[in-house]
Design a protein around this ligand. Structure first.
Ligand SMILES: *Cc1c(COP(=O)(O)O)cnc(C)c1O
Length: 382
């Protein structure tokens, strides 16, 4: 059998969706010495590494307070509580988000209400406005895939209806809209340091950010069993602390964060360049397509015709893809009984998929993904 040389090369290449071992391998010596240093000091909970990371993160984002918490979901719960959301309230969120956004609303005693998203995957402000009722307390947009929603429109809606803005910015640490970082539009913003996030720890982790001294003090107390600085419990708290060991690792990673974002944006530019003229795909907006936005490309999510066959073809050629949220939009979890209206998200869920995008991919890897996709659709046309 004669195999075309280019075909052979394509068949041998392997681009998994994400490469967890590479996260450690890229700087293993530094991580080894960092972790050993923490272990030798016996510094596990709320030690100097956590304080240092919090100071570095606040300075990176240009805000007054960053507070390390257990994970992104804890960050969302604390942000909602600090915004005064509680029993009897409704919070409007987009159907295109992680269940954690809605679960956080549920766990503070309020009801999540689900609105639609736009073709760029972000919350649809018109749809959000239509879902407002006399119980609505907050709008909770997800800054999805490392991009920000139309924060001008959403902030105006909050102002007109006297609502709180509570961002789920777990996917968008460092993304900006009109110069303001995701997470700093409302009183308290949230980030997740799940390993596959743009700033990923070696386990679970998260942070909240705020410019309010009062909210910062409240959250420091909430993450530590409700204890105030004198040790007295003055409110119902949680065990929601960021591990000191993870904070030490995150400190190392934060120093290289800008490089990682630059690389992510460069990869997105390659995808844009190579795939933009395929009629069977709709791509996310290109890195520099909107002067108001700085996107950090947590994910590269596309709309694809014949998606399921494309995914199989890619898998057969060593390319890993995944469906965000396992392929389910929030309004499709009917057992959770959320009031919802999301016709666009319904259609989008049948076509959306994510291509590999992380800072450790080589240009060759990205071109292999592009070659394979082009080959799939050319084969269909032939
Ligand atoms: C990752 C993520 C979270 C929170 O995740 P954790 O696993 O709790 O850190 C919340 N919302 C969105 C949109 C996310 O992507």
């Amino acid at each position: 059998m004669i195999v075309d040389e280019k075909e052979l090369k394509i068949q041998m290449k392997n681009v998994p969706f994400f490469n967890y071992p590479a996260l450690y391998a890229e700087r293993s010596e530094v991580y080894d010495s960092t972790v050993q240093d923490v272990l030798r000091r016996g510094a596990y909970i709320m030690q100097k590494d956590l304080a240092e990371f919090e100071a570095n993160l606040a300075s990176y984002l240009g805000c007054k307070h960053a507070i390390g918490v257990a994970d992104g979901t804890a960050a969302l719960v604390f942000a909602l509580r600090a915004a005064g959301v509680g029993p009897g309230d409704e919070v409007i969120l987009s159907s295109h988000t992680f269940v954690a956004t809605a679960a956080a609303v549920h766990h503070v005693g309020a009801d999540p209400v689900v609105c639609d998203c736009l073709p760029d995957s972000m919350m649809d402000p018109d749809s959000a406005e239509r879902m407002i009722s006399d119980r609505t307390k907050a709008i909770m947009p997800t800054q999805l895939n490392g991009r920000t929603c139309d924060m001008e429109r959403l902030m105006a809606i909050c102002e007109n209806h006297s609502l709180e803005m509570v961002e789920d910015s777990c996917q968008a640490m460092g993304a900006r809209f009109n110069g303001t970082p995701a997470g700093l539009f409302g009183k308290v913003g949230s980030y997740s340091f799940f390993p596959a996030k743009t700033l990923g720890s070696f386990g679970d982790g998260g942070a909240v950010v705020t410019n309010s001294d009062e909210a910062a003090a409240l959250i420091r107390q909430m993450r530590d069993h409700g204890r105030n600085p004198r040790g007295k419990v003055t409110l119902w708290g949680h065990n929601g602390r960021l591990d000191n060991l993870q904070a030490a690792v995150l400190n190392v990673k934060l120093a290289h964060y800008d490089e990682a974002i630059t690389r992510r944006r460069a990869i997105a530019a390659i995808y844009q360049d190579r795939l933009n003229n395929l009629n069977s795909l709709r791509l996310p907006p290109a890195p520099d397509s909107d002067p108001r936005r700085f996107d950090i490309f947590q994910n590269y999510e596309i709309w694809a015709e014949d998606r399921d066959n494309l995914r199989t073809y890619l898998a057969d050629h060593g390319v890993g893809t995944i469906l965000q949220w396992g392929g389910w939009m929030l309004h499709q979890f009917d057992d959770l009984e959320m009031r919802s209206d999301a016709p666009f998200a319904e259609d989008f869920s049948k076509h959306f998929m994510m291509l590999p995008l992380h800072h450790m991919l080589s240009d060759d890897d990205v071109h292999h993904v592009c070659d394979t996709i082009i080959q799939f659709y050319q084969g269909q046309e032939a």
